[in-house]
Design a protein around this ligand. Structure first.
Ligand code: NAD
Length: 503
């Protein structure tokens, strides 16, 4: 029998009143936010000692450990991502709990250089009710990246996972409860962006919204959040360049390109989609990349197959987007396909599954029909969000940097070179929030993750900055002068006051 997943609210599963399949209605949103606000005001979590909060986060990591196999299976089932990827990604999420528990236990409070007999220190206090909205591509990873710093800081959180992949996030609710998170501090409300999401981000009690999604959704949500004068973090789209210099180790670069481009079937915000290659190494690189693509294609099959290299795209809509962008650059004459370029149908050589039952698209390599003509097509500029890469070429370092920066996005970027000076020089000139050198798509709880251009977002996840962005500062100023000193120095309206305090 199919399992039913309900909403997670006030420390228990409750049926949703939205459309079938337990999505949250406007009234569910109202209930969750009121409950979250009441929990915040009660202080049971928001004013709990930082060590208590750290204990709970560490306990969640401990309790998640035995749940990992179930979470991995469910993540594969709902995303279609190859199980090999999920077996690597899901266990790594425990690091976020440990890192932010560590931040709580070691955070120092600055004492400021104020003059006079004043002791001025800063406390970081939570904001209140915060709303988090996540996408389909890394459901658990992104939920964890957002939940942990927000809860560490003492906020109450309402999380809305993607309507396409809500299940694993829901399983976090009972784990947090068992670990000691007070009821009401965390609610998880699946639902459509246009219904549940909109209702959540519009609520006047919400003090911060943190969304990961497409640039269009980010702008729509931001305009509402701005109207409420709430805080905003948005992790949005990308069109990451990957620059290969002739000084690179080409074998390593090809492995990096394949990982950066095809993991999650290319459905990541930092997918290496614009491969920018120095001309002397272009022929060798293309040959090796084509071989790699052929290998990956030959090992595609059921996402549950341990040997599967790449799963399907998430939806027919996503498949259509990829097909449209690829077909367009070929039919307008700007590009030619080196390999891939057509949806897979028929039987998988790996395990005989029927490709046409999923939205399988092979690794696809596209080059210009002449010069760098592909730069005139939409696929050079827009997110395809599929396993499709475009390769262009350059002669000088300066040209390579120009091509890399030729985008409205600015999230992730990579460059490959063994020349250390070049690595420093070029990474400084690349306009993006994250630059990897001789690697791609590294993600650590301590390492900031955010866009450097508005199309890629506002603010960042991970690290101390993410924790700070879930707090506001409280400046506490204590006058420690003796009564006699205070009477002598602080009576502004004394007759003939002379040198007394002002300001
Ligand atoms: P999406 O924008 O369709 O949806 C993301 C989330 O926003 C979903 O939960 C959706 O229900 C919600 N939503 C959409 N419109 C909304 C609205 N008007 N009000 C409230 N909520 C709304 O994105 P997606 O297709 O799930 O994910 C793919 C996109 O996410 C890509 O553009 C990708 O680059 C981006 N992404 C960015 C990062 C990053 O770290 N910058 C990471 C992963 C994905």
């Amino acid at each position: 029998m199919a399992q039913t997943y309900k909403l997670w609210m006030a420390g228990r599963e409750v049926p949703g009143r939205g459309a079938p399949c337990h999505t949250a209605s406007h009234q569910d949103v109202e209930d969750a936010i009121q409950t979250a606000n009441a929990a915040f005001i009660s202080g049971s979590w928001s004013k709990a000692s930082r060590h208590v909060r750290a204990d709970v986060l560490e306990k969640v990591a401990e309790l998640m450990q035995p749940e990992l196999p179930q979470l991995i299976q469910l993540e594969v089932q709902q995303t279609g991502r190859a199980i090999r990827e999920m077996k690597a990604q899901v266990p790594s999420l425990l690091r976020w709990f440990k890192y932010f528990a560590g931040v709580l236990r070691t955070e120092e409070r600055p004492v400021l250089p104020t003059v006079g007999k004043l002791h001025n220190w800063l406390e970081r206090v939570p904001l209140g009710v915060v709303v988090q909205i996540t996408p389909f591509n890394h459901p658990l990873l992104i939920a964890v990246k957002k939940l942990v710093p927000a809860l560490a800081a003492g906020n109450s959180v309402v999380l809305k996972p993607s309507e396409l992949t809500p299940l694993t996030s829901l399983l976090l609710g009972p784990i947090f409860k068992k670990a000691g998170l007070p009821d009401g501090v965390l609610s998880i409300l699946p639902g459509l962006g246009s219904v549940t999401g909109k209702s959540l981000v519009s609520h006047s009690l919400v003090r911060k919204v943190d969304v990961t999604g497409g640039t269009a959704a980010g702008r729509a949500i931001g305009s509402i959040v701005g109207g409420n004068l709430a805080r905003y973090t948005a992790e949005l789209g990308g069109k990451a360049p990957l620059v290969v210099f002739e000084q690179a180790n080409i074998d390593a670069a090809v492995n990096g390109i394949a990982f950066g481009s095809f993991v999650a079937s290319g459905q990541t915000c930092v997918a290496a989609t614009r491969i920018v290659v120095q001309s002397p190494v272009m022929p060798a690189l293309l040959r090796m990349l084509e071989r790699k693509c052929a290998f990956i294609s030959s090992k595609m099959g059921s996402p549950f197959n341990e040997k599967s290299t790449m799963g399907p795209l998430i939806s027919s809509r996503q498949l259509q987007n990829v097909e449209t962008l690829v077909d367009e650059c070929v039919s307008d004459g700007t590009a030619k396909i080196v390999c891939g370029g057509k949806r897979l149908i028929g039987t998988a050589p790996l395990d005989d599954i029927d490709f046409s039952k999923g939205y399988f698209y092979p690794p696809t390599l596209i080059v210009s029909s002449s010069g760098n003509s592909i730069m005139n097509s939409r696929i050079w500029k827009e997110e395809a969000f599929g396993p499709v890469i475009v390769v262009v070429t350059f002669d000088t370092e300066e040209q390579g940097i120009q091509l890399a920066n030729d985008s409205e996005f600015g999230l992730g970027a990579a460059l490959w070179t063994q020349d250390l000076s070049q690595a420093f020089r070029v990474s400084e000139q690349i306009s993006s929030g994250i630059v990897w050198v001789n690697t791609h798509h590294r993600n650590d709880p301590s390492s900031p993750w955010g866009g450097a251009s508005s199309a890629s977002g506002v603010g960042s996840e991970n690290g101390i900055d993410a924790y700070h962005a879930y707090t506001t500062t409280k400046s506490i100023i204590i006058n420690h002068a003796s009564s006699d000193e205070a009477l002598a120095a602080d009576d502004w309206f004394r007759e003939g006051a002379g040198q007394v305090r002002y300001g």
